[in-house]
Design a protein around this ligand. Structure first.
Ligand code: NAP
Length: 315
């Protein structure tokens, strides 16, 4: 039997990477095996992946030497950065560079870089429709990733650029779920007008990435955008109403109002405004049929809610 190809998975104990690691490990005849990278090989999540059959290796995206070691002998790697750990696009770019250098050093045949748009291509810094943040970004956690695309290209790393979407899991973990207004009614609040928000179950990102690796080198050099569904605020509210058994409304507000909502709201307000103002570009880059072809188990929002609705605290 041919030897299995090793996929080194950065962030394997996190949302995106764990979906990929588990997809590989649950398909023993798929021709791949997972090497999971973690800073703490003794964590419960690392141990759980080891139990499922993963090789667990210590690595830190801030250390190129640890990445070279972790990528050695692998066929491919899934590369992701962790903006919310440090809030620095510069650090994300440096981490992407470290991963690209390590991939080149290891001679990897296929890398997936989990990226997002550099929104400054559409909203230059001089465009005052939204504030400039951190001195030179419009949507820092998008722009740094998009800027880092060239790091992989310039080093000649065979890369698929994976454009991800808003995780529906944010409704569980990021306080974006339905909230009671002053009138006592439940509502979700976004500055998206009537436009569609591409969303996805976080675990489906990893499953789509597995689909990309399974295509061989077909998608090397390509940008692949994924989403489970493109839904308007009203459509999401209707799905919430059905899943929760009580009416949830969509409260459409202006980005300027959203940006006043406290720490991090300026960044999120800019992000939603980019998705609203360039909705055709943003939705057009995330093809649902292709996402489903890569991951036949791709969940719709209603399916995701049926499993996860109870985990959303409704306040
Ligand atoms: N939330 C959304 O809607 C959304 C949508 C699209 C894209 N994104 C992007 O997704 C990215 C985060 O991915 P995620 O959600 O999969 O992350 P996550 O669930 O927060 O997981 C992060 C994992 O990465 C590992 N990690 C953190 N710092 C590390 C380091 N220095 N070196 C090596 N590993 C490190 C941690 O593992 P160990 O502790 O085991 O080392 C952790 O389990 C962000 O950059 C964000 O912008 C988010």
């Amino acid at each position: 039997m041919a030897e299995k190809k090793i996929i080194a998975v950065v962030g394997a104990t996190g949302a995106q990477g764990s979906g990929l690691a588990k997809a590989i490990l649950s398909d023993p005849n798929g021709g791949f095996t997972a090497r999971v990278l973690t800073r703490d090989v003794s964590s419960d999540k690392a141990k759980e992946l080891a139990k499922l059959g993963a090789e667990v290796v210590a690595a830190d995206v801030d250390s190129v030497e640890s990445l070279k070691n972790a990528f050695r002998g692998a066929y491919g790697a899934f590369c992701v950065t962790f903006f919310w750990e440090h809030f620095s696009p510069e650090k994300e770019i440096a981490e992407a560079k470290a991963m690209a250098e390590a991939a080149k050093h290891a001679g990897l045949q296929h890398v997936i870089w989990s990226t997002l748009e550099d929104t400054r291509k559409w909203v230059p810094l001089g465009d005052n429709r939204m504030p400039t943040l951190h001195g030179k970004y419009k949507v820092p956690h998008f722009d740094g990733k998009g800027e880092a695309d060239k790091v992989f290209t310039e080093l000649g790393v065979p890369t698929t650029f994976l454009l991800t979407s808003f995780y529906w899991d944010n409704f569980i973990y990021s306080g974006m779920g339905p909230k009671k207004g002053p009138d006592g009614e439940l509502a979700i609040t976004f500055p998206m007008g009537d436009n569609k928000l591409p969303g996805i179950a976080a675990e489906d990102i990893g499953k789509c990435a597995y689909g990309i690796f399974k295509r061989g080198r077909e998608l090397v050099g390509k940008t692949v955008g994924i989403a489970g569904e493109h839904l308007s605020g009203k459509e999401m509210a209707a799905a919430f109403s059905k899943a929760l058994g009580r009416e949830v409304r969509y409260n459409a507000i202006e980005p300027d109002v959203f940006r006043t909502f406290g720490p991090g709201a300026d960044e999120a307000g800019n992000m939603f405004q980019f998705k609203r103002d360039f909705n055709d570009v943003y939705c057009g880059a995330r093809n649902l049929a292709q996402s489903r072809a890569l991951n036949p188990e791709l969940q719709t929002f209603a399916q995701w809610l049926a499993v996860n609705g109870k985990r959303i605290s409704v306040a």
